[in-house]
Design a protein around this ligand. Structure first.
Ligand code: ATP
Length: 457
């Protein structure tokens, strides 16, 4: 079904997935906190990604590099000079806009990404594109705005050094290329994967958790021999799509945006964005870019460290080419919820929200529910203790059983485990499945294996 953004925001807030950041102080614009369900969902998405792309991959190893890096890193990477967006102010209402977004909102057929400031200015003037906030047509000239968050390192003001919060996790990988390659004895082709927070001072953060100033990325930098990069590009694009499919993204809401030559960054010889149809329309979810040897060459130049790789068989020396699949955790979170959310009318005429998450992705795998609180509580608590050692388990004894089922359906719990009189007498329990609502009876000793079988990926 198609949800509006407002429905999705309300749903995530009411059920404890996402809260406004610092809410009791009136909030801090564009910051979000992840509640009990949100943190579990996020962790599951990250863990499955890590398992797929590190644990089960014959090619990749992991890394956790620092957020704060030597500032020369960002000069070498090009971020100091060119990690900018075109900023335009409305003189009338003082609102700020991204000039490329104004152009694209005016005419979706224009690909504003990659247009020069002069071209953007010309299009805005010629078409008299008015301010989306107040309707006036009275702008300042376009200027570039660097998206990196600057802060200072050190306690004494005069000696403090200006540094940046990383705007991507990728550069932490590039500067560790030699360390990782040497210590883990990896041979090209191989990749380094990392999950971590990144920060961008976005001009117009918007669409809930889609574009925020603080977000988390799951990135791989895959090093390969020059000339083989297109083959590896296809490999990682396909692997990315398989992962999305496995975690339950609606295939019909995915499309590919292969960048045209004028849209490519100067260092890239191919880039394809995997886009998702969010409630506000199609936009980027996962960028896959072939980055040539740009990053390693630049770091070699600025650090004066030799970052060449020597092929152990042919003794050939070269700077590896790089394929980078880069995925935002929050955008994935949004698309997974959007794909899973359904409202159903049951045979009884009752309606239910059924969050059809893949069981492996669901925050809780099972909910333990004593049928009658007083009579079945003790046994239910004992079962909770056993099952919770293996999977995330919720315990709920309050209210009518039907309503407790509905609540678990609405948060995506794939199995409800009910404790009743038969459980006390014969040590058997009812397992009820979320989507089919089918019920089976399971002996206590088989509970954990049955639940694990039904909730594995
Ligand atoms: P956009 O064009 O939407 O600003 P981008 O092309 O700048 O994104 P990349 O630099 O390719 O994004 O970053 C890789 C991934 O990180 C994106 O595909 C997205 O999932 C995520 N990401 C980037 N910026 C943000 C942000 N401000 N908020 C949330 N996620 C982000």
């Amino acid at each position: 079904m198609s949800l509006t953004m407002e429905q999705l925001v309300n749903y995530t807030k009411n059920y404890g997935f996402v809260f406004q950041g610092s809410e009791i102080y009136g909030g801090l614009a564009n910051t979000w906190d992840y509640g009990p369900l949100g943190v579990e969902l996020k962790n599951n998405l990250k863990n499955i990604w890590w398992r797929r792309f590190v644990q089960e991959s014959p090619y990749n190893v992991g890394l956790d590099s620092a957020i704060l890096m030597n500032p020369t890193t960002w000069v070498a990477s090009g971020h100091v000079d060119s990690f900018t967006d075109p900023l335009i102010d409305c003189r009338s209402c003082k609102s700020r806009h991204r000039a490329d977004h104004l152009v694209e909102a005016h005419d979706a057929s224009i690909e504003a990404d990659g247009l020069s400031m002069d071209e953007l200015e010309r299009i805005i003037k010629e078409n008299e594109i008015s301010c989306p906030t107040c309707g006036a047509f009275d702008y300042t000239p376009i200027r570039t705005f660097n998206l990196m968050f600057e802060t200072s390192l050190g306690v004494v003001d005069e000696k403090a050094q200006s540094i940046y919060l990383r705007p991507e996790t990728a550069q932490g990988i590039f500067v560790n290329f030699k360390n990782v390659q040497r210590t883990s004895r990896m041979k090209v082709p191989f990749g380094i994967a990392q999950i971590g927070k990144s920060f961008r001072n976005e001009i117009t953060p918007k669409n809930f958790i889609f574009r925020t100033r603080e977000f988390e990325q799951m990135e791989i930098e895959f090093f390969c021999k020059p000339g083989s990069e297109m083959e590896w590009f296809d490999y990682w694009l396909n692997a990315s799509v398989d992962y999305l499919d496995d975690i339950g993204l609606d295939k019909d809401k995915i499309r590919f945006d292969e960048h045209k030559p004028h849209q490519l960054s100067h260092y890239s010889n191919k880039t394809t964005d995997i886009q998702y149809r969010y409630p506000f329309g199609f936009d980027e979810l996962w960028g896959v870019a072939s980055r040539t040897d740009y990053d390693l060459s630049r770091h070699q130049e600025y650090s004066e460290e030799n970052l060449e790789y020597q092929d152990p068989v042919t003794n050939e020396k070269y700077i590896p080419y790089v394929i980078e699949p880069s995925l935002g955790v929050e955008r994935l979170f949004l698309s997974v919820l959007d794909s899973a959310y359904t409202e159903e009318t049951l045979e009884s005429g009752e309606t239910r929200i059924n969050l059809r998450l893949k069981p492996a992705v669901a925050p809780y795998k099972v909910a333990v529910l004593p049928l009658i609180k007083k009579r079945h509580r003790e046994k239910a608590q004992e079962v909770f203790g056993k099952v919770a050692k293996h999977v995330m388990t919720f315990y709920d004894e309050a209210g009518k059983i039907g309503r407790r089922y509905r609540r678990q359906d609405a948060i995506g719990t794939p199995i409800c485990l009910t404790v009743d009189d038969e459980s006390l007498e014969e040590n058997t329990f009812t397992l009820r499945f979320r989507d089919s609502m089918e019920q089976i009876r399971v002996k206590e000793e088989d509970l954990v294996t049955t639940i694990e079988q039904h909730t594995a990926l």
